[in-house]
Design a binder for this molecule. Structure first.
Ligand code: MG
Length: 160
């Protein structure tokens, strides 16, 4: 049986995962509007993955005798300045999620709840991938941006 304290913390994490799902869906809609179909598809998959995290956590909580809640979810941003700006936000968001997972694990360790520790280690590993993926997309967009500027520079430099 999970403690009331951990049950509360897990429900807060479920809400964060659902908030992540909404944030990435909002980014997908932004990309759709701007004509970036590929980024939109990517973000819709990312959103579905976050909902799956919420389902997994709810399933675990229920197995441990707790009650999984659907909490009110805060609103999310509707627009971004550029794809780079959206992916930078996604990266910072994932870093914040990693911190909250770490805090949950710390709580499970403090309580000596081995099953919750075991369950959350997979999310510690998952967050390593999430941060690395978002960071690598940010890097790629930045480099492509530089390439575009480089091409423009060459183009205008060849003026006769
Ligand atoms: Mg997640």
């Amino acid at each position: 049986m999970i403690s009331a304290n951990l049950e509360k913390a897990l429900n807060e994490q479920i809400a964060r995962e659902m908030h992540s799902a909404n944030l990435y869906l909002s980014m997908a809609f932004y990309f759709d509007k701007e004509g970036f179909d590929g980024f939109s598809t990517w973000m819709k998959k990312q959103s579905a993955e976050e909902m799956d995290h919420a389902y997994q956590m709810a399933g675990f909580l229920i197995k441990r005798g707790g009650t999984a809640q659907v909490s009110p979810i805060n609103g999310v941003k509707l627009t971004w300045d550029s794809p780079l700006n959206a992916f930078e936000d996604a990266y910072h968001h994932e870093c914040a999620v990693s911190k909250s997972i770490d805090n949950l694990l710390d709580l499970a360790i403090a309580e000596g709840d081995k099953a919750t520790q075991d369950f959350f280690w997979q999310f510690v590993r998952e967050q390593v991938e999430e941060e690395a993926t978002a960071s690598s997309i940010v890097d790629r967009i930045r480099k492509m941006g530089e390439t575009a500027i480089f091409n423009l520079d060459q183009q205008y430099g060849s003026r006769v």
